[in-house]
Design a binder for this molecule. Structure first.
Ligand SMILES: Nc1ncnc2c1ncn2[C@@H]1O[C@H](COP(=O)(O)OP(=O)(O)OP(=O)(O)O)[C@@H](O)[C@H]1O
Length: 310
């Protein structure tokens, strides 16, 4: 080989490596879903999330199907419903981490909190405008963006409809495709329906694991559409079927609160002391007043209650 062709070969190899490296770097940073493994998400869910057989199953199937589908026709839209402290934020964080390992810190995962980002009713038109620009800007940077809207039930009626075009089946909007993004809505709306259903199952002596999505999904969607305080009141997101799944988070029972206390102790590297677990779990308030089946705050204050005893 001539020295000149050796040099050319070396240079092209070098640029190839750089090109490949840069390509991988950018692809991994934005399209990190390639790192997604449904078995890893399932393992995470099964070891960390208690009492939510339905939410875990629906989310795992929906997300895996969506990420594996290279021809998705619309973004994935999931609406999580349930009482406080039942795991809606926690599940979103775990899901986020399984797609982008830096989780909520990833530049491709965006969270809105209604009371923080959209507090004033008279600024609703401004918020709509900002929301659209912001979503467009982020999806332009990375198609596989994840948007989490917390406290949807505290959003002013009509605001959520600003994002309707992005959830629809348009191939391109102003040159941008939204088909690979994921939208997650979290709210307490419909928690009355879910609690009532879970209580009926309990009263009839059936296990909560027998509750099916079909027992509750239609009720959740109707109630979200009809209630003015749901954030989805008369929303075109619902009447045009742009939400793919309404996911119920069941109220947590005493046994689940105990699991949360154990998990919290383990996470803080304490030996699990069953007496302490029982003591902290009994400290929580349970409802309904007579039956005392479900924890009023789910597992939400477990961590601070534990601080008191440790
Ligand atoms: N089902 C669950 N399994 C395990 N831990 C849970 C569960 N639900 C809640 N927790 C624990 O309680 C904490 C608070 O829960 P989380 O913030 O997810 O509740 P939420 O449903 O989003 O409540 P809110 O409606 O008030 O926002 C979590 O960080 C987690 O430690």
């Amino acid at each position: 080989l001539e020295p000149i062709s050796l040099t050319v070969g070396a240079v092209s190899l070098f640029t190839g490596v750089i090109y490949y490296g840069l390509g991988r770097y950018f692809r991994e940073r934005c399209q990190q879903y390639e790192a997604y493994k449904n078995t890893a998400l399932q393992l995470d869910f099964d070891s960390k999330i208690f009492g939510q057989h339905l939410a875990k199953r629906v989310i795992l199937k929906a997300v895996t199907g969506f990420l594996n589908n290279k021809q998705s026709k619309k973004p994935l839209a999931l609406s999580f419903h349930g009482w406080t402290g039942t795991g809606k934020n926690f599940v979103s964080q775990i899901l986020a981490r399984n797609i982008y390992p830096t989780g909520m810190e990833s530049p491709y995962i965006h969270q809105f909190v209604a009371t923080l980002h959209f507090p004033h009713a008279h600024l609703i038109d401004q918020y709509k405008d900002q929301l659209q620009k912001w979503i467009k800007g982020n999806v332009t940077k990375c198609e596989r963006s994840i948007f989490i809207f917390d406290e949807v039930d505290k959003m002013h009626p009509g605001l959520i409809d600003a994002i309707k075009p992005y959830l629809d089946y348009y191939e391109l909007l102003d040159g941008v495709s939204y088909h690979r993004s994921i939208f997650i809505f979290l709210s307490n709306s419909g928690s009355g329906i879910i609690s009532e259903l879970a209580l009926n199952f309990w009263k009839e002596g059936k296990t909560r694991e027998e509750i099916q999505l079909s027992d509750v999904e239609q009720h959740l969607s109707l109630s979200a559409f009809n209630r003015k305080d749901s954030g989805f009141w008369h929303s075109s997101l619902i009447d045009q079927n742009l939400i793919d799944f309404f996911v119920p988070f069941l109220p947590l029972e005493y046994q689940h609160v105990k699991m949360c206390v154990r998990a919290e102790l383990q996470q803080r590297s304490y030996i699990v002391d069953e007496e302490l677990v029982t003591m902290v779990s009994k400290e929580m308030t349970y409802y309904p007043k007579e039956e005392q089946v479900f924890s009023l705050k789910g597992c939400k204050v477990v961590s601070s209650k534990l601080d008191y005893y440790l």
